[in-house]
Write a protein that binds this ligand. Structure first.
Ligand SMILES: [Fe+2]
Ligand SMILES: [Fe+2]
Length: 325
């Protein structure tokens, strides 16, 4: 009897206590911070997700960056320059957030360059006209907002806080895209055609940004249980469609989906099924621009080697001059 009593009262194993503390933190919607114990699976999932997000911001500079030298006016050039620069900043915050989990930025870059980590499928499509800059702002930054606003409440503190600032900037990006398209729609017939053509090309790839359908997304359930992710892929996709349809009407463009219609019973829009085979193809590296994007990223990394070497040499010299107390 005494033995039983002792067994019940003795403190739980340290790992069990830590696990319970972690579970309680998640259950109470509080934040996990870098100093806190966390399960290895949680840490790995976060590193993978944050790194993939960071890589997407950096690779995502390319499709629009191609238009900086060809922007139609100084004003449009300055706006686009600032937007692309913001995306670089987003990548840097996110690599920093990954570093709080013990990841190494140089290692993450190697993983991207060697094709061991992914970036968003959307950036493997070409930008064929300046209207693409507007449509990327409207659709791609719009989809990023749908995905990322809930991440401001993600259970991992540094990721959630990075998202707050990033989302503010993304909403600026979306507005600048929409404003550009509004201007083009008030222009000539051929400008209106450019906008419609860009909408036709970017609509389906934008819906694919939310990932495969829920029943084909095996990691989602665990990420939602850990409150890293707050809504399923299909729910986020639906939100994006519901948000975008009235904006398309106002703009005067047609979204290229014959099945798109308001469903009064559900209070949401019904819409067609994206081509999931195409998504798989792009994820595997077979999209129209995968090779070009990776080649560009690799050569930028190689071209920047001297900067990294110089910075390392400078840091070493300073350390020699000012030995830390
Ligand atoms: Fe961004
Ligand atoms: Fe953006």
């Amino acid at each position: 009897m005494t033995t039983t009593h002792l067994a019940e009262d003795s403190p739980p194993e340290p790992s069990q206590a830590l696990q319970e503390h972690f579970d309680a933190t998640i259950a109470h919607d509080q934040r996990i911070e870098p100093r806190d114990w966390m399960p290895e699976g949680y840490r790995k999932t976060l590193v993978r997700q944050i790194a993939q997000h960071a890589h997407s911001e950096i690779i995502g500079m390319q499709p629009e960056g191609e238009w900086i030298t060809r922007a139609p006016s100084l004003r449009r050039k300055a706006i686009l320059f600032a937007k692309v620069q913001d995306e670089a900043g987003h990548g840097l915050y996110l690599y920093s957030a990954a570093e709080t989990l013990g990841a190494d930025r140089a290692d993450l870059t190697d993983r991207l360059i060697e094709g061991r980590q992914k970036y968003s499928s959307i950036f493997n499509y070409p930008t064929l006209s300046f209207a693409d800059v507007g449509v990327i702002g409207w659709f791609v930054d719009g989809a990023a907002i749908c995905n990322q606003v809930p991440l401001c409440r993600s259970s991992y503190g540094p990721y959630a806080r990075a998202m707050v600032r990033i989302c503010k900037e993304e909403s600026f990006h979306q507005r600048q895209g929409y404003e550009l398209l509004m201007t083009m729609m008030r222009g000539t017939e051929s400008q209106r055609e450019m906008v419609q053509d860009a909408v036709n090309r970017w609509w389906w790839p934008s819906l694919m940004m939310f990932g495969p359908p829920d029943d084909a997304s095996p990691n989602s359930a665990q990420s939602m249980a850990w409150k890293i992710k707050r809504h399923s892929n299909d729910e986020l996709r639906q939100r994006f469609v519901d948000m975008t349809v009235p904006q398309a009407e106002k703009l005067g463009v047609t979204l290229p989906d014959p099945d798109l219609e308001w469903n009064a019973e559900r209070g949401r829009h019904d819409f067609g099924t994206p081509d999931w085979d195409e998504l798989m193809q792009v994820i595997k590296g077979g999209g129209p621009c995968n090779a070009q994007r990776m080649e560009r990223r690799r050569s930028a990394h190689e071209d920047g080697a001297w900067v990294r070497e110089a910075a390392t040499a400078h840091a070493a010299k300073r350390a020699r001059k000012e030995p830390s107390a």
